[in-house]
Design a binder for this molecule. Structure first.
Ligand SMILES: [Zn+2]
Ligand SMILES: [Zn+2]
Length: 121
């Protein structure tokens, strides 16, 4: 199941583009996110400016707990072990109804960096 969703021809959840040859993407429960969207997302969750993905879809920031949860981890907020709730910025693509949080963007970026480092050896 997840093989198909994240398979070779699967479209990026946020820009709707198929992978370029040799491009690595971070897998997700609904489909992958490409490196271009990971990079755009890491900037967007900080500056909050709406932008367009390289596939032409709109990308916007969500910060309210009432907004959609991250589809990669299911969270809307960070919870510390003392029970405090903290805001968790997310990038959303309204056309695709795709959402990813700042933590999953970081994790996806690290995954791809690790993969690229292993390939370099
Ligand atoms: Zn993308
Ligand atoms: Zn997440």
């Amino acid at each position: 199941m997840s093989e198909q969703i994240n398979g070779k021809g699967a479209l990026c959840r946020f820009c709707g583009r198929p992978p370029r040859p040799g491009q690595h993407r971070a897998p997700g429960p609904q489909g992958p996110i490409c490196t271009d969207c990971l990079e755009a997302g890491l900037v967007l969750v900080r500056d909050g400016r709406e932008r367009r993905s390289l596939g032409g879809t709109g990308l916007a920031r969500l910060t309210a707990v009432s907004d959609d949860a991250c589809e990669f981890c299911g969270r809307r907020e960070r919870r510390s072990f003392l029970g405090f709730h903290r805001r968790l910025a997310r990038m959303s693509c309204p056309q695709a109804q795709a959402v990813i949080c700042a933590d999953c963007l970081n994790r996806g970026g690290e995954l791809i960096n690790k993969f690229l480092r292993q390939r370099a050896h």
